[in-house]
Design a protein around this ligand. Structure first.
Ligand code: GLU
Length: 487
């Protein structure tokens, strides 16, 4: 490609970055980076009523957190700024007037009440309403200019042909064509002077020299109309890549409003950004000629090819994301894991009492998401209530009686230990077991249950006893022995 590839992510600041948006941003980024081009962030805030305070800053933050560093954008500048549409408000009317002069757009003075009445009438007849071009036919340009000069409120509408077809070619969906008579004369400039999305996207993509437009399929049916604008200006349209939605299930789109997590939510729960990015990349896209599923951002840049995109909606499978996350957690350097795990562990554990570094070693291979950690280790802080049936283990032929004997056997051994380390615990008990007449598992299973109250723990009996410390281990053991005695 001779021309420098320039792609843009153009979110509206209406809230958190949702995962569908993040995927669009990611593909947009990958497309630019793969071609050694530029990735641009543009804030589309012309619909001021929908703007949520703080959302713009959140977009910057999420983009940086995701590693989607843009080359040009509102907070870092660039040669094609400003990159916030409301800061470009003076640019749009000038272009809209060029279209008015060419007859590709016109001024409309119809009041909201008039239009609402027309819309209602159409609805009552069961037909889709579209503006009837009244002002195009009844208000000549000179009169329009006089009325505007006299202070009358107006909008500028696109003058869509009433016959023929409008079309464009999409990199994923191919040739998309619509009959012009089905298209409405969209408002391009609103009464407040701000452009609508329908106009601003065309002007900005052109002025920012965007070569590839990537966005959701909700814009697929409007794109032919945008192409009419490019034609009217005599501009070369960009290449289009519309992306299918990310779905919660077969019928519902992923949406924050329905409680589906945003990127920020996932980070807060303890998903790693690398896992999220890897997982999101594969929502509707697959690299060619490989069965590998784990990719770093660098791999993705090298492998990304829009021909690997799938037209059908992608389903967001939380279990799959969790599986990816566990993989990335296992791959962390142990010190990094410990650093990330400790804030979660100290929610329930006193770092003065538990050897957190050892605990982290035991936990790393078992952590799927960091927010599971407090529940996984709560038993170390406080002995949970548990059902004595837990002692019964068919495989090792451990019955309640065996458990009673095992605990009675192990208590005095532990009591003698002065150097409370895993090795001492292990060596001493393992050496004593053969003479007890019990199998190793008939001792260790009840021992672990008696001091943890859990069927599954992050390590075996010795590790758990070590973490609990001598005093707490003996205290728990005694209590469990009493409970068994009283059965
Ligand atoms: N501002 C639009 C949105 O947030 C973006 C559409 C586009 O990328 O052109 O949906």
């Amino acid at each position: 490609m001779d021309q420098e590839v320039r792609t843009r992510f153009a979110p509206s600041p209406t809230g958190y970055l949702h995962l569908g948006g993040l995927r669009t941003a990611l593909y947009t980024y990958l497309l630019a980076k793969k071609h050694h081009g530029k990735f641009i962030l543009r804030i589309e805030d012309t619909d001021q009523e929908r703007e949520v305070p703080g959302a713009v800053d959140l977009i910057y933050k999420s983009m940086h957190q995701a590693g989607l560093d843009y080359d040009e954008g509102p907070d870092i500048g660039g040669d094609y700024g400003p990159y916030i549409q409301t800061q470009r408000r003076d640019i749009y009317p000038e272009f809209a007037w060029q279209l008015v002069e060419k007859g590709a757009a016109y001024c409309c003075f119809c009041s909201k009440e008039d239009l609402d009445a027309q819309r209602k009438e159409a609805e009552a007849k069961g037909i889709t309403w579209k503006y009837n071009k009244k002002c195009l036919h009844e208000v000549p340009l000179e009169e329009a200019k006089r009325r505007i000069a006299a202070g009358e409120k107006y909008v500028i509408r696109q003058n869509v042909p009433t016959t023929g077809k409008a079309s464009f070619d999409d990199l994923l969906y191919g040739h998309v064509e619509v009959d012009c008579d089905t298209l409405d004369d969209n408002v391009l400039i609103k009464a407040d002077g701000l452009p609508t999305y329908n106009f601003a996207n065309v002007i900005d993509d052109h002025l920012m020299a965007i070569t590839h437009v990537t966005r959701g399929t909700e814009y697929l049916s409007s794109a032919p109309k945008y192409n009419l604008l490019y034609e009217a200006f005599g501009w070369q349209p960009p290449l289009y890549l519309h992306l299918p939605p990310v779905m919660k299930d077969a019928t519902r789109k992923l949406s924050k409003r329905h409680g589906d997590p945003s990127f920020e939510d996932l980070l807060a729960k303890g998903y790693l950004k690398e896992a999220i990015i890897n997982f999101i990349a594969l929502l509707g896209w697959a690299p060619k000629d490989t069965n590998e599923e784990f990719f770093s951002m660098e791999d993705l840049i090298n492998l990304f090819d829009e021909r690997g995109l799938n037209k059908s909606p992608a389903i967001f499978d939380m279990n799959k994301l969790t599986y990816f996350n566990a993989h990335y957690i296992r791959a962390l350097a142990p010190e990094t894991y410990a650093e990330m795990a400790k804030p979660w562990l100290t929610q329930v554990l006193d770092p003065e009492k538990v050897d957190l570094n050892r605990l982290c070693e035991l936990l790393q291979g078992r952590t799927e998401v960091f927010n599971q950690l407090p529940d996984m280790v709560r038993f170390l802080a406080e002995m949970p209530e548990f059902d004595t049936e837990l002692y019964v283990n068919k495989k090792s032929k451990t019955t309640i009686t065996v458990a009673q004997n095992a605990l009675a056997f192990i208590y005095p051994l532990l009591n003698r230990i002065t150097d409370w380390s895993e090795t001492t615990l292990h060596d001493l008990i393992m050496a004593a077991i053969p003479a007890s007449g019990m199998k190793t598992s008939q001792v260790l299973w009840p021992f672990r249950i008696a001091i943890t109250g859990q069927a599954a723990t992050p390590g075996g009996a010795f590790e758990m006893a070590y973490l609990l410390g001598k005093e707490e281990t003996l205290h728990r053991l005694l209590h469990s022995m009493e409970v068994l005695q009283n059965l």
